[in-house]
Design a protein around this ligand. Sequence first.
Ligand code: ADP
Length: 293
Amino acid sequence: MELQIRHLSKTYSNGVKALDDVSLDIPKGMFGLLGPNGAGKSTLMRTIATLQEPDSGSITLGDLDVLRSKTEVRRRLGYLPQEFGVYPKISAYDMLDHIAILKGIGSHRRELVEELLKRVNLWDVRKKALGGFSGGMKQRFGIAQALIGDPQLIIVDEPTAGLDPGERNRFYNLLSEIGEQVIVILSTHIVEDVKELCPQMAIIDKGRVLFSGSPADALQGVHNRIWTSAVSRESMPSLVQELPVISTRMVAGQPVLHVYSEQQPADGFKVSEADLEDVFFTYIKGHKPAEQA
Ligand code: ADP
């Protein structure tokens, strides 16, 4: 089972081209869709989830034509949207039970709801109102509802925004467990999400796929081309003007410039071991690393 996206394009009525000829092959396991805000991630997620139409292109899930078999796709889909609204006064148990009824779960509903609450570690708070849940608890509840009905495809849109490090870790563990059996697409602007979880990934910006492959392939493409140097705050503005700077990171209060270059860009710069964040900014800044050129 694989999700195949071919030549998907979408321009909104205000003229914004949110998807520009997007093609991707998404296998079983966790797939990271990484892009800055406004890249087109939500548009792509909503299109795959059959909630909106593209202007052109096709999507298939196994032998299923996603854009033409919406009901069947929805039956096989678990979706955790960016804004996951809950009824604040209803308990986790009752809400999950209610969603299970809506999804057509008849027999074994009680067992299913109980099992899911345990699986996402909300069993102890199952009788508490959802309105009092933390961000992380709400996201774990969101995963529980997305898992009802044994989906083959799970879409989670920007799930870790606003979570504290502990909550984020619990959420990672939960997702990676699920990701072993089904296709899970994780859309995010947070590089760490992809680094921790995803054996396959894509980078998108301005509606276009800039890279698609494994994180290791992505790193290979910038190998020996990321140069770094700690610099003074005073010299920073002119260096940023002169050099192909991809990012500035603060290390112990001092700015460190990361530059993409085939040769040493200036005195004092050392070639450094690239990480996924370097890869991300290399593509976002419009460079074309070796393997992809
Ligand atoms: P992301 O999820 O990566 O932040 P989106 O898919 O939400 O990106 O948005 C992609 C682009 O399309 C942005 O420029 C956004 O402002 C625009 N956009 C999104 N939804 C709409 C809409 N309903 N109408 C007009 N423009 C939209």
